[in-house]
Design a protein around this ligand. Structure first.
Ligand SMILES: [Zn+2]
Length: 314
């Protein structure tokens, strides 16, 4: 009997590194996850990633043939060269990740930003299976997206299509890390939610603000903290505006949402859905659907794998 073909998936972030062996049908058969030990030291992150990849490959049975590698990583990056300057890995600035991985692992490498990878993974194996016009959006440390058109990932001129995090959703809104104002990311990313909550605290408040994350703000909102509830209302409204605008621009009828911020559930979803309903009025948007990907960690690995799998089965 022939060997079962599979790919190695790498999901690379500033706080954790994950590797998995994934079959061409999108099933994870081996998985390793570790905290990123030292994001300030680029060589250390690379060595840790290689060790994690090798451990994953070594633990995979002999009847599995791993033929290529899919890599989802945070931007910015230069593609198709695969030179990364991942924001939350300060040790990587103009780091030639793709060529370094290729020479160490000896397999073809398919790399893209993690939000585009998420979108492709959801189209191939997740909530968007079979929807050849859709968009995937991640609300996490940043806000990113990927567009599927004609059943393929839309890259754009410089591989940067889908940056919905920098769609302007509030006139004169908060300053964004990109240099602009009122971007979705400046309102609905995890760190932005925490920052807006801290800014709303009364001057002289005795709260320790150093430990405030979007999870903490969500907990406070559920406990009846009115400021916290308003911040999620604002984040959901902003995301709904971006989705309604993107839907009419792109004529896609499905959005799949993922990332840690979506764990706040109805706190963000209710204002989001209300806003989409209020703004997406064109007849071709009547059947617009919003779904949430279940497991953010798994969705990221399946996304990375799909970058490689799509090259094999196309
Ligand atoms: Zn921006």
């Amino acid at each position: 009997m022939g060997k079962t073909r599979a790919v190695l998936a790498l999901d690379i972030g500033g706080s954790k590194l994950a590797s998995a062996v994934v079959t061409l049908k999108g099933t994870i058969i081996q998985k390793y996850v570790q905290p990123t030990h030292n994001p300030n030291d680029g060589v250390s992150v690379f060595n840790q990633l290689v060790a994690l990849s090798r451990a994953c490959l070594a633990a995979t049975s002999d009847d599995i043939d791993v033929i290529s590698v899919g890599v989802g990583v945070g931007g910015p990056m230069i593609l198709p060269e695969g030179v990364v300057s991942t924001l939350n890995i300060p040790g990587w600035r103009d780091f030639p990740l793709k060529s370094r991985l290729q020479s160490v692992l000896g397999l073809p490498i398919y790399m893209d930003n993690d939000a585009k990878a998420f979108a492709l993974g959801q189209y191939m194996f997740g909530e968007g299976k079979g929807s050849s016009y859709m968009m995937g959006i991640i609300l996490s440390t940043g806000v990113g997206g990927g567009i599927i058109a004609l059943g393929k990932l839309l890259h754009g001129k410089s591989y940067n299509a889908g940056h919905i995090g920098h769609m302007v959703v509030e006139q004169d809104g908060p300053q964004c890390a990109c240099g602009g104002r009122g971007c979705l990311e400046a309102i609905a990313s995890g760190p932005s939610i925490a920052k807006l909550y801290v800014a709303a605290l009364h001057p002289g408040s005795s709260q320790d603000t150093s430990q405030i994350t979007s999870e903490v703000v969500a907990r406070k909102a559920l406990q009846g903290d009115e400021d916290a509830r308003k911040i999620f209302e604002r984040a959901g409204t902003a995301t709904g505006r971006a989705i309604a605008s993107a839907a009419s621009l792109l004529d896609v009828n499905l959005f799949v949402l993922g990332g840690g911020v979506m764990r706040s559930g109805d706190l963000i979803l209710n204002p989001l859905l209300r806003t989409v309903r209020a703004h997406a009025k064109l007849s071709f948007l009547n059947n617009l659907e919003i779904r949430v990907a279940t497991d953010p960690g798994e969705a990221a690995l399946i996304g990375a794998a799909s970058l490689a799998i799509s090259e094999i089965i196309s």
